[in-house]
Design a protein around this ligand. Sequence first.
Ligand code: KG4
Ligand code: ZN
Length: 340
Amino acid sequence: MYILAIESSCDETSSSVIRAETDACGVPQLTILSNRIASQIPLHTVYGGVVPEIASRAHAEAVSSLTYEALQEAGISVSDLGAVGVTAYPGLIGALLVGVNFAKSLAFANNIPLVPVCHIWGHIAANYFTHPELKPPFLALVASGGHTSIVHVKSYTEFETIGRTRDDAIGEAFDKVARVMGMPYPGGAEMDRIAYEGDASYLKLPSAAIADETLDFSFSGLKTAVINHLNTLAQKDLPYNRADVAASFTQAVVSSVVKKLDAALRRTGETKLVIAGGVAANSHIRTALEQYCAKHTNIRLYLPEKKLCGDNGAMIAAQAYFEYSAGVRGDTTLNARATL
Ligand code: KG4
Ligand code: ZN
């Protein structure tokens, strides 16, 4: 079947068409036929972060033509669609409403089933394109600009969040440290790049892995420690090397993530580890987890393709397929929700 999905939870409007089939062994095979993404980053960069009102307007301007292009590129028409998926939660409420209302109109005007999708489960589902052999159960780290959680994926549609950030998301912390160093929004990818040129021993930083029996993180303390250091230097008019700060911060993030994932793997007994979300593109996190799995040979690591880490419609279409197969449908009362 063909599935079209719309993503509009934050600062990327995306419309994608996928083909979903099951092979002779009953394993789902998902193929991306189009994945159009209109990034709003240039609109928000001047403000140093996402402005919700601007985001909603830009989604409204982009969604219709983007969907037309996605169908054209896939070589199908609306009447070929078996389902319309849409990110219904969590995210910026005004931004989500644009996608939800558009998807509702498209689905009900054409008599096509509508499938609401959770954005976070969508990030995890991006991995099924890269690794068609991947099957739940497994453990997933979801790390993005708005969310950071450790999720026990029990089936394609059953999820238990077993660890979470108690304050900032990882991507948010990356972006804030980058901003204080004068780097453009969002600074995560640039922090990744310059960290290679820096000395990670420059700053001793607190761990973001909360020192208790939970699988929770706190990135706010780590971020504040870096920002306080930078403010102190600024007050004294002392110079610093951005790369050293990026390397020290990245090392603290990486060791915190590995620590809690190690605890989560031991606690759940899972042997498959998946990462997802915009920060899953971070090369230092990817390398550290590869090294961890080289040491712990019973654990298999699944890394998503970098281009599928950030927000996109294909990941929503993938999760929509599983929700559709489990009988999930949205009706005319479907609403968007800001929270999980
Ligand atoms: O998943 P995503 O596209 O949007 C949300 O759902 O939030 O994630 C965006 C976040 C931003 O904070 C961005 O700076 C961060 O992902 N990011 C990175 C990297 N690439 C994107 N953070 C660290 N290293 C990267 N290579
Ligand atoms: Zn996201």
